[in-house]
Design a protein around this ligand. Structure first.
Ligand code: FES
Length: 277
């Protein structure tokens, strides 16, 4: 019994120490492998302790005793008192084990909350804005700024705000069409100088890049589920599952002849998460 007691106590102590080490290493971001190893040791040793406790420390025989007449005779009461005093060590042991068990279980419970810290920072308003700003030049994926006379009618280019090449949220499709073909509201027409229109490249269905342009029909197409957008009509969806137009980037031509943004997209890019209840 004493040996079993020791093994249970040692297993619980190992579990507690491993869990504390897990907290420290997780906070210091030392290594995810070390975190996993420590968690395995903590859970394993806790399980061993519980198993050993149940198997060796708890009585497993059924005991039946006839109820004696009350009160007990003095001789029996004296015997019970002696047994109680003589069993003090046993009581102390059980108290120590119970405390270790409660500490180990509490530490493991707290460890279960650690993944919450791995969820990363809150997005805040980041989902509602991109890096497009008033005056930002449109650049290609090699960082080269685009002049207003650079693209032929019928040409397309993927563009980013200067300084944010490769930014997945800010990427846009720049298309040049004949200005007289555009069917936009007066305000949106002012965003399309010299027939240049730019639309978010993030599909409003589930966010794939809208990378295909069909010049003959002036349509942008998403390769994922074949949504098609009418470039002349504000990238309104004409077929496929996309529920709304691609947001249009307001453009202007700077005094230096480079294409520049007038500001950010007028609405959030991508799937319409913000309209959901
Ligand atoms: S993500 Fe574009 S159509 Fe589905």
């Amino acid at each position: 019994m004493n040996r079993a007691w020791s093994w249970v106590a040692i297993s619980l102590i190992v579990s507690i120490v491993s869990t504390i080490a897990l907290f420290v290493l997780y906070a210091l971001r030392v290594s995810r492998y070390a975190d996993v190893a420590l968690l395995a040791v903590a859970l394993g040793s806790f399980a061993v302790a519980l198993g050993a406790w149940g198997k060796y420390l708890l009585p497993d025989e059924a005991v039946v005793e006839d109820r004696p007449p009350e009160p007990s005779p003095p001789s029996e009461r004296e015997a019970a008192q002696e047994a109680f005093v003589g069993g003090k060590d046993e009581i102390t042991r059980r108290l120590v084990l119970s405390s270790l068990l409660a500490t180990g279980a509490g530490a493991l419970g707290l460890a279960a909350l650690l993944p919450l810290r791995s969820l990363g920072p809150r997005p805040g308003t980041a989902l509602f804005h991109t890096h497009w700003r008033h005056g930002a030049r449109l650049v290609r994926d090699d960082g080269r700024a685009i002049r207003s006379d650079e693209l032929e009618v019928g040409s397309v280019a993927t563009v980013f705000p200067e300084g944010y090449v490769g930014d997945a949220d800010a990427q846009a499709m720049l298309v040049r069409v004949r200005p007289d073909l555009l069917r936009l509201s007066p305000q949106r027409l002012a965003w399309a100088p010299l027939g240049y229109v730019a639309y978010s490249k993030v599909c409003t269905h589930v966010g794939c890049p809208v990378a295909l342009y069909r010049q003959s029909t002036h349509e942008l197409r998403c390769p994922c589920h074949q949504s098609t957008f009418d470039v002349l009509r504000g990238a309104a969806p004409v077929s496929g599952p996309a529920p709304r137009p691609l947001p249009q980037l307001p453009l202007t031509v700077g005094r230096d002849g480079f294409l520049r943004a007038r500001g950010d997209f007028p609405e959030p890019i991508g799937p319409s998460f913000w309209t959901r209840a």
